[in-house]
Design a binder for this molecule. Structure first.
Ligand SMILES: Cc1cc2nc3c(=O)[nH]c(=O)nc-3n(C[C@H](O)[C@H](O)[C@H](O)COP(=O)(O)OP(=O)(O)OC[C@H]3O[C@@H](n4cnc5c(N)ncnc54)[C@H](O)[C@@H]3O)c2cc1C
Length: 383
């Protein structure tokens, strides 16, 4: 922790801790892969009924309207108890975007089901030929009267096979120059005819993402967010939210706790050289919490983040990988096990979080791309 709780915050922390202890099912604690919707969504619904599912959303949209410190306390307490990773595409990505850019009808239709957890969202940005170079995307949407006809192929779409809706970047003007000026932002009902979804297994063994094939899919024109061909601006605003959300210190705090448990169990905790590395890692996690709180504060004032989102994305994701390297060191020879290790302090899964942490420097824009952004937009270097 980089800050001390004021008296009322300490009380709030105890309330959150007590409630989580009483309500988060033990089977969902300390999970290293995201549980299936069947297991996870009841927990989402419990948080929603409590009014805690969206600490950062304003009350008018069903959020908690929590102060910055309350949001940080919530993240720390969720990490402390090992709460599972919720589907965030609705809560952290499209929700805030609709609040900023959506029509009244879009807000009324889509925000309440996100809060209630009755609808799950997916993000349709990447394509087989458009990842880092997202502006080269080729999924085509042609406006025909009161609807678009969408034809194309999305890939790496997190939880698409469990989702009801997908926000997608589509090309609406193939001749526009620069290419970014021909892209629009559409809300696509994944139950529409012409959609086929095919899950992909990751190196950690979970089916986190999918390919989405769109064949002459009809999307009503009112599902356009913002103006026609102005999707790039919205896409970038959303990526700012995404980079911030994926840098939530909750994940690093959980990783730190896992290292400590493993190090106690293996005995390496007594090694002064390991203690030095653990101390350095703890300081970096505290620094991430401080950075995160600064970024959240900026978002509260300015809605969308600028290059700060790249700084925190690089720091948060590379820190998570460094923490998982330290976890391997703490486990020593046991790190070779491809299943959780039984210890005197409970089971510790080492292999899965290590493998899963490979992905964090890729999604939401890779570390290399974030460094390019900073080189161009902050340092004004030639590209
Ligand atoms: C777990 C996970 C979940 C994801 N979820 C989603 C999702 O829900 N929706 C979605 O749309 N996408 C999702 N993605 C896709 C993600 O956004 C892309 O993987 C990412 O943008 C990189 O694109 P790519 O995979 O095509 O790699 P490429 O763009 O082919 O890049 C390959 C490598 O080359 C490097 N590189 C590329 N261009 C440059 C350059 N100009 N300068 C320096 N280096 C460069 C990259 O950094 C990378 O290391 C997810 C990815 C992962 C791993």
């Amino acid at each position: 922790m980089f800050r001390r709780d004021a008296l009322d915050e300490a009380q709030y922390r105890m309330d959150v801790r007590t409630w989580l202890e009483a309500n988060l099912p033990v089977a969902l604690r300390g999970r290293t892969t995201r549980p299936s919707p069947l297991e996870l969504m009841p927990w989402y619904h419990t948080l929603s009924r409590k009014g805690w599912i969206a600490p950062h959303w304003p009350r008018q949209y069903g959020g908690m309207g929590a102060t910055l410190n309350e949001q940080i306390i919530m993240a720390e307490e969720l990490a402390r108890i090992g709460a599972p990773h919720l589907p965030v595409q609705g809560l952290n990505h499209i929700g805030p975007i609709l609040m900023e850019f959506g029509t009244a009808a879009q807000k009324a239709q889509h925000l309440p089901p996100i809060i209630a957890g009755t609808v799950i969202w997916a993000q349709g940005y990447s394509e087989p030929g458009a990842g880092s170079d997202l502006a080269s995307l080729s999924t085509r949407a042609t406006l025909e009267g009161d609807h678009f006809v969408v034809q194309g192929h999305k890939i790496w779409t997190t939880w698409a096979h469990h989702s009801d809706w997908m926000f997608a970047l589509v090309r609406t003007d193939p001749r526009a120059q620069p290419r970014q000026a021909g892209i629009s932002f559409l809300l696509v009902d994944l139950r529409s005819p012409g959609i086929r979804i095919s899950p992909i297994k990751t190196i950690a063994g979970d089916d986190e993402f999918s390919e989405v094939f769109l064949d002459e899919v009809i999307v009503p024109a009112e599902n356009l967010v913002g103006k026609l061909n102005d999707g790039w601006r919205i896409a970038n605003a959303l990526l700012g939210h995404e980079r911030l959300a994926t840098s939530n210190p909750q994940f690093s705090l959980t990783a730190l706790e896992r290292i400590k448990t493993m190090a106690r169990a293996s005995g390496i905790i007594a090694d002064p050289a390991f203690q030095d590395r653990l101390a350095a890692a703890s300081i970096n996690v505290t620094a991430l919490s401080a950075m995160f709180s600064h970024a959240v504060e900026l978002t509260n004032h300015e809605k969308s983040l600028g290059p700060e989102s790249s700084v925190i994305k690089i720091f948060g994701s590379e820190l998570l990988q460094a923490l998982n390297d330290l976890l391997i060191e703490a486990a020593g020879g046991h790190a070779l096990a491809d299943r959780p290790i039984a210890t005197d302090f409970g089971e510790v899964d080492v292999a899965t979080p290590f493998l899963q942490s490979r992905r964090v420097t890729i999604y939401g824009g890779s570390s290399e791309i974030q460094r390019n952004v900073l080189a161009r937009r902050v340092l004004d270097l030639p590209t």
